[in-house]
Design a protein around this ligand. Structure first.
Ligand code: AMP
Ligand code: TRP
Length: 329
């Protein structure tokens, strides 16, 4: 059986275009083909010490955003990580076979330590071990992610291999499904679109806000005047067009840009139309779900109950393999 696991952190009140193109959009499609488990990873989010009330509200809003984007609870499991205690339990056990040398190589740890200099905690360091536990608990065979998570997935495979070496074959070695949009750049046109930088477009933002953000988005820095020809290859707005604009229209824009026939303002306006065509239906569905918190809570409760049943079974095998007591007391 092919099973997907993937997670997203509740670090804002939804997700941004980078998450959507790099992850969530693919999750929605993969539901047709795989048995899918999707998780709002609130334990991971604790590593950056969010305000408690904000964290709780972000979990609720992110769940709504995922449902609105097309995650279908009739077909897929959707739940909150901390509601299934086995994640933390398996993370400890896997931590005991994880080598410091491997954790030391993680570039995300280095980046995040720099960003959070006042709070370089052990959770940031062992973050990929918890991520491995997430995947292994559900015996996932495939993990769809953006490029920033590939190194963590390689480590997950290594941790699982080490576990197998010590205790015997227990889990599948999960394969990465790399997104077709593995690294979406932010509005600065330079760095990865990310919640920790103010360079993103949120999936729940209204058309005016999106327009305002696009207006200040960096294009080809060499193109100073409308009459200068532009170079689409170095322009992130052009790059974003590939996800939102028809091929025919894109050809027109390309020609227009290199011949100075179209200005950046108009080019951005076309992109805005494409983006809002995707975001507006999601925003409308989200508004309806916001009015029905009981439904959202029921989805999460049912998701957690089903996830617990799988997790408990896996932990039975892990306890057996490692020599821990059965844990049924
Ligand atoms: P996070 O918000 O860090 O929990 O990421 C959730 C998912 O979105 C992961 O699969 C990431 O690889 C993906 N992702 C986040 N930012 C980007 C980006 N700028 N481009 C492509 N994928 C991304
Ligand atoms: N670490 C991932 C991120 O920041 C989120 C995540 C947690 C995840 N557990 C996972 C992704 C398991 C894939 C599989 O994007």
């Amino acid at each position: 059986m092919k099973r997907i696991f993937s997670g997203i952190q509740p670090t804002t009140d939804g997700f941004h275009l980078g998450n959507y193109l790099g992850a969530v959009r693919n999750w929605v499609e993969l539901q047709d083909e795989y048995d899918c488990v999707f998780c709002v990873v609130d334990l991971h989010a604790l590593t950056i010490r969010p305000d408690p009330a904000t964290l709780r509200s972000n979990v609720h809003k992110l769940t709504i955003a995922l449902l609105a984007a097309g995650i279908d609870p009739e077909r897929s499991l959707l739940f909150v990580q901390s509601e299934v205690h086995e994640h933390a339990e398996l993370a400890w056990i896997l931590g005991c076979v994880t080598q410091l040398g491997d954790l030391n190589r993680m570039t995300q740890f280095k980046d995040k330590s720099e960003q959070n200099q006042g709070n370089v905690n052990a959770g940031l360091y062992t973050y990929p071990v918890l991520q491995t536990a997430d995947i292994a608990l559900y015996r996932a065979t495939h993990v769809p992610v953006g490029e920033d998570q590939v190194q963590h997935l390689e480590l997950a495979r290594e941790i699982i291999r080490r576990f197998h070496f010590v205790y015997g074959e227990t889990f599948p070695e999960p394969q990465v499904i790399l997104s077709k949009a593995p690294r979406v750049l932010g509005l600065d046109g330079k760095t990865k679109m990310s919640k920790s930088k103010d360079n993103y477009i949120g999936i729940g933002e209204d058309p005016d806000t999106i327009m305002k953000k696009l207006r200040s988005a960096v294009t080809d820095p060499q193109r100073l005047r409308r009459s200068d020809p532009g170079d689409p290859k170095v322009c992130n707005i052009w790059n974003l067009h590939q996800f939102f604009t028809s091929e025919e229209k894109r050809e027109e824009i390309y020609e227009g840009c290199v011949s100075a026939g179209i200005g950046c303002v108009d080019c951005k306006k076309i992109l805005w139309e494409g983006i809002t065509k995707v975001t507006e239906p999601i925003r409308e569905r989200a508004a309806r779900l916001e009015a029905d918190p009981a439904y959202v809570n029921a989805v999460l409760a049912e998701g957690a109950a089903k996830a617990r049943a799988i997790a408990r079974e896996t932990m039975g095998d892990v306890r057996e393999a490692t020599g821990l007591t059965k844990g049924e007391g």
